[in-house]
Design a protein around this ligand. Structure first.
Ligand code: COA
Length: 354
């Protein structure tokens, strides 16, 4: 299938996730806080989404601040100097500017210049796309050390009077440092010695774009689409805010999440039991629970922290990864499946022996 890459039969280097770090803005917003502004309730949000709290950046904090601090924390955890980085990939749909990339400024602020740096826009799938790109560059020997960051300030881009969207999203950043590991060599589904990506997939279906979109300003909507867009079920009356047709995204996400897991298992010959953990993008607890039930997985096989952070888009997978590493839920040699779905529509998997 286009977009799917199963391990090529060439000499490759092992790749390790050498360190992780996160940054959360200090302001924690509860469902009760949101119910002060729009007609909703803690009970509705908890039951329909699983979310109880999320974090919002204050006016003085930008996505660059969150990304930089997550990167610094990950470098420290990995015991890697910023000057060792070959590349900084920053997955975000809320960059500070279109140009320069937020990644370039983050790289400069931590002292990583002249490392390559670019922003990656694949919405909630961005971090998993980034993991796939970075690991491919390292296993091919072209790069040795790459930072993959997911960072978002979606609280700036939702209509806080639209109860269908403002309840879902939060701000955060997470980062993973990927390094070459020549001693370990490439991974295998059956032997535990190698390290890196066993299977990766990156997909999109742009014809479904209007299920979830976020123009920067009214003028960014193509004029011929404007009337059509404003009759979409997801339309919330504020053209420069995130627009979402929740039920359409929900159905798509349930189907794709199951398909992604199956695709990764089929490509590698692994069984659900072989996986130590599935780390999915945190979109809605019901979406994740449906996929878990479909494969008969025990609760602890699919990591969920949406209750505390909401949907932080590209930051959600690295937030989960960091928690799982620091809490010992994944250790050396485990098989871990990362997966995400987002606007575009995009979706991506990355199956690792970590
Ligand atoms: N509080 C209370 N009621 C709400 C509400 C809220 N925050 N949001 C919507 N409702 C109401 C609706 O107005 C509707 O009322 P009606 O029946 O009187 O018309 C009712 O609840 C059901 O709305 P619906 O849109 O069918 O709810 P839902 O069960 O689909 O849940 C989402 C809405 C947004 C939580 C859900 O569709 C979802 O999570 N979708 C996926 C979103 C996502 O993952 N986006 C990011 C992708 S990466």
């Amino acid at each position: 299938m286009p977009g799917r890459v199963t391990t090529p039969d060439v000499q490759r280097l092992g790749v390790r996730i050498a360190g992780t770090g996160v940054c959360l803005p200090p302001r924690r917003v509860s469902n009760h806080d949101i119910a002060q502004r729009v007609d909703t309730s803690d009970d509705w949000i908890t039951k329909r989404t699983g979310i109880q709290t999320r974090y919002f950046a204050d006016d003085a904090t930008t996505v660059r601040d969150l990304a930089r601090d997550a990167l610094l924390a990950a470098l420290e955890d990995a015991k890697v100097e910023a000057s060792d980085l070959d590349l900084v990939i920053l997955a975000t749909i809320t960059p500070e500017m279109a140009c320069p990339s937020t990644a370039a400024r983050v790289a400069a602020e931590v002292g990583a210049t002249p490392a390559g740096a670019f922003d990656l826009a694949a919405a909630c799938s961005g971090f998993v796309y980034g993991l796939n790109l970075a690991s491919s560059l390292i296993e091919s020997g072209r790069n040795r050390c790459v930072a993959v960051i997911g960072a978002e300030t979606l609280s700036r881009h939702v209509n806080h009077d639209d109860r269908r969207t403002c309840i879902l999203f939060g701000d955060a950043a997470g980062c993973a440092i990927l390094r070459a590991d020549e001693d370990a060599g490439p991974p295998s589904a059956t032997a535990s010695g190698g390290r890196g990506v066993l299977h990766q997939a990156m997909h999109s279906r742009g014809e479904l774009w209007s299920a979830l979109y976020m123009p920067r300003a009214n003028k960014h909507i193509p004029p011929e689409l404007d009337p059509a867009v404003t009759t979409e079920p997801g339309w919330n009356g504020q053209l420069d805010a995130l627009q979402m047709h929740g039920q359409e995204v929900f159905k798509f996400a349930v189907i794709q999440t199951c398909d992604m897991i199956q695709e990764a298992l089929d490509a590698t010959g692994l069984k659900p039991d072989d996986l130590k953990l599935i780390i999915p993008h945190q979109s809605n607890q019901r979406i994740m629970a449906t996929a878990r039930d479909r494969f008969g997985l025990p609760k602890d096989k699919l990591y969920i922290n949406i209750d505390r952070f909401g949907n932080t888009s590209a930051a959600s997978v690295p937030l989960c990864l960091h928690e799982c590493r620091t809490q010992g839920k994944i250790t050396d040699g485990d098989l871990v499946l990362f997966l995400a779905i987002g606007g575009g529509m995009t979706w991506s998997t990355s199956l690792w022996r970590v």
